[in-house]
Write a protein that binds this ligand. Sequence first.
Ligand code: UT7
Length: 337
Amino acid sequence: MGRRATITGWGTYLPDRVLTNHDLEHMVETSDEWIVARTGIRERRLAAPTETTTAMAAAAARQALATAGLGPDQLDLVIVATVTPDTLMPSTASLLQAELGASRAGAFDLAAACSGFVYALAVGAQFIAAGTAQTVLVVGVDALTRWVDFSDRSTCVLFGDGAGAVVLQATTADEGILSTVLGSDGTGAWSLYIDGFRELLSANGATPPKRPYMRMKGSEVFRFSVRVLGEAALEAIQQAGLQPQDIDLFIPHQANLRIIDAAAKRLGLPMEKVWVNIDRYGNTSAASVPICLAEAADAGALKPGMNVVLVAFGAGLAWAASVVRWGWQGVPGREAG
Ligand code: UT7
């Protein structure tokens, strides 16, 4: 058995403030029925000003380190997947490294929007497989509601804020990250993007004409997502030398329940094998997959030897998938979560 990365710690952070569909009914012309029927979302969390991207990442990371039974000084690398950093410079990973006291670690951000965590997991796993790192912290964190136009009903009902983190460690056991698939189709870049950024930069010190906000061509992204979610998952399953029926738990990016349903059907997986929390958190971008993974682990839904598929898609357009064989068996005296 070669050297691989395995998940030994996990954690999450969700802001306290809940924004329900009924709250949104007072903000734009929408209804709880429309949102539930078209997306599966009932409520989402909203980061308060003090709940910065770095603060949310740090809370999730501390939990992940505690689950793994590690101190911050044992980390070799900190990777933060985010497209909503607190500032463009320095990186959120550097701010997080300081916050945690991970003094030995290299640190960088990775921008792949909603696919960011699965991309970052692949990168961290490669560092470990190559022998350049023993222990890597991978965080998926986004506060997309800071970039949402709350007068645009086609986007404001979809997104929420949060963070999820995992600790990766080296193993030679038959477990860990078995395969990773990364993909991108930049010809679809302007289907989901932040509008007004170029105007902001070209204002050259003058007052910019408008504040940048996220824009989306929903039905284009929908068609892309339905296709790519199943395809990317299948590719990762095949690369791991497995069949869809070998998959014990399917953890898809939580963007729309209809997209998740379609992917599960494509793989022939019953919904009991699919982790869904979109009703409670909406689309938390890079945080969505690691929040699901941590919830599943805390709920005892992951047993050693289980094959788990992680798959995500989003702005880029980009996608990523990974098959993980769960290895965490628990350590005497140490509880998960
Ligand atoms: O992480 C990846 C990011 N994004 C995604 O994965 C999103 C992918 N896309 C989607 O999930 C869906 O396209 C949406 C949920 C965004 C929209 O659902 P849809 O079934 O594709 O609806 P639609 O865009 O075709 O719009 C249908 C109607 C339109 O009205 P008309 O033109 O038929 O009169 C919209 O104006 O629904 C209207 N609509 C709404 N109505 C009530 C759009 N947003 C809303 C809303 N409430 N919030």
